[in-house]
Design a protein around this ligand. Sequence first.
Ligand SMILES: O=P(O)(O)OC[C@H]1O[C@](O)(COP(=O)(O)O)[C@@H](O)[C@@H]1O
Ligand SMILES: [Mg+2]
Length: 385
Amino acid sequence: MKVTLTHIKADIGSLPGHTTVHEDVLNEVKRFLKEQSKGIIWDHFVGYVGDDIQITMVHDNGVNASEVHKLAWDAFKSGTEVAKKLGLYGAGQDLLKDSFSGNIKGMGPGIAEMDITPRRSEPFIVYMMDKTEPGAFNYPIFKMFADPFNTPGLVIDQSMHDGFKFEVWDIQEAKAIMLNAPEEMYDIISLIGTKGRYVIKRVYTKKEHGKLPDENVAVITTDKLSFIAGEYVGKDDPAAIVRIQSGLPASGEAMEAFSHPYLVSGWMRGSFNGPLMPVAMKNSKMTRFDGPPRVVALGFVYKDKKLTGPVDMFDDPAYDNARKLANDITDYIRRMGPFEPHRLPEEDMEYTTLPKVMEKLKGRFVHVDAVEKGVSKNSTGRDSD
Ligand SMILES: O=P(O)(O)OC[C@H]1O[C@](O)(COP(=O)(O)O)[C@@H](O)[C@@H]1O
Ligand SMILES: [Mg+2]
């Protein structure tokens, strides 16, 4: 039997400004789904990270099912009405189209979904990030599925020994490539190190995989809001579903990748590099410089049309050191203010509000030769030639 896991997320208004979701809005999305989801999906969970509401669903309609996407869209619409009444900041921000048409892709919300062949026990983790971009998943997903220093199962477990296949997208050119690990590991890294452009979209098992051949085992949202809206409307805060155990990374291997608060792009105004801090859902309040960027992990098990869980995985003192390091990095890097490499390089600022500021200086630039000529004339009182 095929089962579909669908995760859809959106920022539909926050308190006081891009900091966290409001309880009433969250409750409205929950109420809507509780009342309207029967006959469309089997089970669901509504969570959040920072200012983004996140819906995890399980059903048998397959990926890209219009009725499932519409259900999430309508739930966000309903929540938006509450956000508007409260005057919340950015009410309905990520709902970029006026009405739903067929598929939620390209309409603003982020989506990650996969058809799975459920195992006897089907454990998975949903990772949700705020104040960063889809490429922020490149580093941990690579570590989980390709780095034996993170995932000893790649060496020790016979069924993982052949490695995994990575589907990498060029999100600027809308192209995709499938690459094998460990054989093409260096090629994979050469692409995904450029995290603003090449992003891991899916991970598959290989044909040789004993228990789960040719199966989708991880999927990441890759939606680029600025490409859809045509202007800066917030970063594309991503989410991912990662299946775990029994021939896949163990729960702890999938979590270990986040024990090092690596640097991601996003943070304040989507324009700064900063450490990714793993936190419990209740601690995903983006207060310091609108961050630092956060990741929340929710652990579920699926069985017989039901989701059991979630466990709030980073709600654990074992991540205290990672949080402390993230705070120390924050203290260090914030002192650089608007300078690179804290601020993003110019090519990444293209998708922020900076180009509008630069526009007004454009006409005031003159060729340096003209300036030099002026300088020497001033210093000698006559032309240098
Ligand atoms: O110009 P505005 O509307 O105040 O928006 C700026 C906001 O955009 C953001 O980058 C949006 O963050 P999100 O991507 O989480 O929505 C915030 O850091 C910042 O407060
Ligand atoms: Mg957000």
